[in-house]
Design a protein around this ligand. Structure first.
Ligand SMILES: [Mg+2]
Length: 220
């Protein structure tokens, strides 16, 4: 390890408990609440392009950002539901209000994603980050009917990587990433699909790519 690198390693602040909270299949989950008859069915939200796909549709290869005609070719029984942004904004507001009680300075990243620093909350309530996150997830589920995946890390990037790993495994233990070794492990696997900004098939090589794959091109 170079001298400069060792110096940076020694001064790295890994003391904060940063969380990345990401609602699971947010748009589909909101639609499911609006129309429970969709439960267990392959459906997608959006008319021209899917903003999200239900779990059953994902099993057939349907994905957010996919043209509906492609999705229907993959899954002929796919039901499409038009976007209802008023409902998404309302659901988002409910989730963010709960998250705001854990960190009033939370940073929403989109309608269904936010970063929060729960370090002070942990200290004040004498709880571990894992306990706080379990409580937070239960609260969101009880009050909104939505489930969220959460990653905990010493910074936003690590937290985001961890929540991606937890995605759709919401009953599994929360993954944590706060030691230098965790950080190196993730970077060593930079070709892994788990690492935002490094997904091989979505990697941006030009500005044009950024327009084509906006969701996957941002390195947080
Ligand atoms: Mg989400």
């Amino acid at each position: 390890m170079g001298l400069r690198l060792a110096e940076l390693e020694a001064t790295r602040d890994l003391s904060r408990q940063i969380c990345h909270v990401d609602a699971d299949q947010f748009y589909a989950a909101v639609e499911l609440k609006r129309d429970p008859s969709l439960k267990g069915k392959a459906f997608g939200v959006g008319t021209g392009v899917l903003t999200t796909a239900s779990y059953e549709a994902r099993l057939k290869g349907c994905r957010s950002g996919q043209a509906v005609f492609v999705a229907k070719a993959l899954c002929p029984e796919l039901i499409t539901v038009p976007n209802n942004f008023a409902a998404y904004v309302e659901a988002s507001g409910q989730v963010m209000e709960i998250l705001g009680s854990y960190d009033e300075n939370l940073q929403p990243a989109s309608l269904d994603e936010a970063y929060l620093d729960i370090t002070d909350y942990c200290t004040q309530h004498q709880m571990t980050a894992e306990q706080v996150v379990t409580q937070l997830r239960n609260e969101v589920q009880e009050e909104t009917g939505l489930t969220v995946s959460v990653g905990i890390g010493a910074n936003k990037t690590l937290a985001k990587i961890c929540s991606d790993r937890n995605s759709n495994r919401t009953q599994w233990p929360v993954r944590r990433c706060s030691r230098p070794s965790d950080y190196h492990e993730f970077h060593a696997r930079s070709a892994s699909a788990q690492n935002p900004g490094h997904r091989p098939s979505y990697r941006a090589h030009s500005l044009q790519d950024l327009g084509r794959f906006p969701r996957y091109s941002v390195v947080s």
